[in-house]
Ligand binder design. Sequence first.
Ligand code: H2U
Ligand code: ZN
Length: 341
Amino acid sequence: MTVADTPLDAVPHRRLNRLTGEWVLVSPHRTARPWQGQVEETAPAERPAYDPACYLCPGNTRAGGAVTPRYSSTYVFDNDYPALLPDTPPRRVDRDGLLVAETERGICRVVCFSPRHDLTLGAMAHDDIRRVVDTWVEQYAELGGVPWVRHVQIFENRGAMMGASNPHPHGQIWANEHVPHEPAEELRRQRDHAAGGGCLLCEYLAQELADGARIVDANEHFVALVPFWAVWPFETLVLPRSHRGALPELADPERDGLADLLGRLARRYDRLFGVTFPYSMGVHQAPTDGEAYPELHLHAHFYPPLLRSATVRKFMVGYELLAQPQRDITPEAAAERLRSS
Ligand code: H2U
Ligand code: ZN
C-alpha cells in the first residue's frame, strides 16, 4: 500500500521514523487554525562584510583572548569554551544501577565557513561551499583518527532562533568518546535492516525517487527530500545517491554534488519566507572506532524551526514534550512549498 492509495493527507495519522523508531503525529486538517501566539522578531538582513566586533572575522580577538588569523577561505579552531575536554581522566559511577554516570572525553572545534561576515551557505559561491565540504572531510578524518574518538558530529546552528551566538557563517564539530544517542539509534535501525538484506536508506531513497512527492531538489550525486516521517515543518534529509558511509568516501564529483545541493537547498530555505532561514543541520556518518559500518548510509539532517512565516516558529511543547511529536502541514505539502520556492 503506498501513500497515494490512502487519503492520508486528509485524516490524522501517525508516521514511523524508520531511522529512529519514533512515531510522529500528522494532523493535516489543522493547518488552517488561527495563530495568536508568539511572533518572533526578524533579525535585520543587512550585515557588513567585516564586523570589528565579531570574534570570527579575520584579524579580530576572540572572547578568550586568542586572535583569529587573517584567513581567506575556511578557518578551524579549538572552541575557546568547549563542552568536552580531551584529557578528562576516566571515572564511572554506578549506584545500584540508579545513579549511573561516566566521564566523556571530547574535542570541540569551530569551523568558519568564510572570512566574509555577511555571507551564508546559500549566498556563498560553489567553490567556497566546496571548500567547506573539504574542510569537513579533513576534520572527520583528523578527529576520527584520534584513537579514543568514536564519533564526529559536524553541525551548524544558524540564526538566533536556533541559539547561534553569532551571524558570521560558521559551524561546529564535537568529536567524542561515545556514539551519542541519535546517531546510535539510527545506526541500530540501519544495522537491523541490513541484517535482512540491503541498505535502509538506499531502499528508502529509491522509494522516495519513485514517488517524487517529497523530493525537494537533486543533482547527479545528491538528493534533498522532506522525509516521510519529518517532525519539523520544513525538515529535510540530504542523501548521496550512491551508498557512502562517510564524507572521505565521496569522490571528487560527489563532493561537488554535495556542495551544489547544500547551496541550492539553503537558497530554497532563504527564499521560502524571504529571510535567512534559521536551522540546525548536521551530518551523520560512520563511527570512527576502527570497525566497519557497511550498513551506514551517510546523510545530513536539516531541522528548521519556522512554521508559517519568518516570525512564527514551531514549538516542541505540551503534548510533544510529554507524549510524541506532532505536525500540521504534511511533509508532502512542505516539499511542494520548498520545490516551488
Ligand atoms: P554557535 O555555533 O551556537 O553560534 O556557537 C559558536 C561557538 O563559538 C560556541 O560554542 C565558541 C562558543 O563556545 N566561541 C569561541 O570558541 N570563541 C569565542 O571567542 C566566542 C565563541
Ligand atoms: Zn564576522
